[in-house]
Design a protein around this ligand. Structure first.
Ligand SMILES: [Ca+2]
Length: 271
C-alpha cells in the first residue's frame, strides 16, 4: 500500500484539478470551433458566411473596425470597458487599455492615425494614438454616445435616435445632422456602424437587421436579415445581441459579430 504524506496528497489533488480544468477548456474550445465552423456552411436569405474567427466571449462589443490584419474593438459595461487590438487570425488581444470604472465604452473609429472612442452617458470621448494606444486627449458631445464610423473626412456618430451627427475631422466641429428614414419611417436606435464602399452600414440595437444607408440622403437603400447568424450559439445573456461591423477595404471583406459572441464572421451580402 502506498502511503502519502499531506504534501504529496495536495500535489496530486492540484494536478487532478488542473487536468479537469484543462479538459473542460479543451472541450469548450472544441465546441466553440464546431459551432463557429458550422456557421461557415450557413447562409441566410440575405448573406453568406465566408469565414469564421474566434471572438472573446467576455467582450461586450460596442465598437469595431479592421486594419492590416487586426480588429480594433471597444467593449462596454462599467468596470469591463476597454479598447483592444485583436489579431484577426487568432483572436489574441495584442494591446488593450481599460477605461476608468465610471466610463462605459461605446463606438470607435479611426481617422488620421488616431482612434476616437465614445462613452455612453458621460458625453466624453477619448482620443488615442492608433499605434501605441497612448491617450492624446478628450472630446465632448451633447448627447449619449452609441456608434461611431469614419471615412477619414467625417466621424459619424449615432446616439440612440434616428439622427446621425457628422463631425468634421480633425476639428470635430458638428457640420451635419442626418435624419435616417426607412421609406418614411424614422430608423431609431442606430448603433454600431461602418463605411463600406461609400455607404453606411449600421445595426439597430436589439434587432437582427443590418441597414445600408446613404450618407447623403439618410435613405435606407437596403436591409439584411441576420437572424440566422449564430442561431444555435447566441449568448444566454439577453444583452448578447448582434453588434459590430468592420470592413477590410483592401480585400473587400465584411466582418460582423455580437456582444459576448464566441465567433466573429466574415460575411458577404447577397445584394
Ligand atoms: Ca464599425
Amino acid at each position: 500500500m502506498i502511503k502519502m504524506n499531506g504534501k504529496t496528497y495536495f500535489l496530486l489533488l492540484l494536478t487532478a484539478v488542473i487536468l479537469i480544468i484543462s479538459i473542460k477548456a479543451q472541450a469548450e474550445e472544441k465546441n466553440r470551433i464546431s459551432l463557429c465552423l458550422d456557421e461557415s456552411n450557413n447562409s441566410g436569405s440575405d448573406y453568406v458566411v465566408v469565414n469564421s474567427y474566434r471572438h472573446d466571449v467576455n467582450a461586450y462589443t460596442q465598437g469595431l473596425y479592421y486594419k492590416n490584419g487586426f480588429l480594433y474593438e471597444s467593449t462596454g459595461r462599467h468596470g469591463e470597458s476597454t479598447l483592444r487590438k485583436v489579431e484577426l487570425k487568432t483572436g489574441k488581444v495584442v494591446r488593450h487599455v481599460n477605461l476608468p470604472y465610471r466610463f462605459y465604452g461605446e463606438g470607435i473609429a479611426a481617422a488620421g492615425g488616431k482612434i476616437y472612442q465614445l462613452t455612453w452617458r458621460s458625453r466624453t470621448g477619448f482620443i488615442y494614438d492608433e499605434e501605441s494606444f497612448r491617450q492624446q486627449g478628450v472630446f465632448t458631445y451633447n448627447s449619449e454616445g452609441w456608434g461611431l464610423a469614419s471615412d477619414e473626412k467625417y466621424l459619424v456618430m449615432s446616439n440612440g435616435t434616428d439622427t446621425l451627427h457628422f463631425f468634421m475631422h480633425p476639428t470635430l466641429s458638428l457640420t451635419k445632422k442626418l435624419a435616417v428614414r426607412d421609406d418614411s419611417a424614422p430608423l431609431h436606435r442606430i448603433n454600431e456602424m461602418e463605411f463600406i464602399e461609400g455607404f453606411l452600414y449600421v445595426n439597430v440595437w436589439k434587432s437582427d437587421r443590418i441597414y445600408k444607408i446613404s450618407p447623403k440622403t439618410g435613405k435606407v437603400e437596403a436591409k439584411y436579415d441576420m437572424s440566422g447568424l449564430l442561431k444555435k450559439g447566441r449568448p444566454g445573456d439577453p444583452e448578447g445581441v448582434l453588434n459590430g461591423i468592420a470592413y477590410d477595404a483592401f480585400k473587400k471583406r465584411i466582418f460582423v459579430t455580437g456582444k459576448l459572441w464566441p465567433c466573429l464572421f466574415e460575411i458577404r451580402f447577397k445584394f
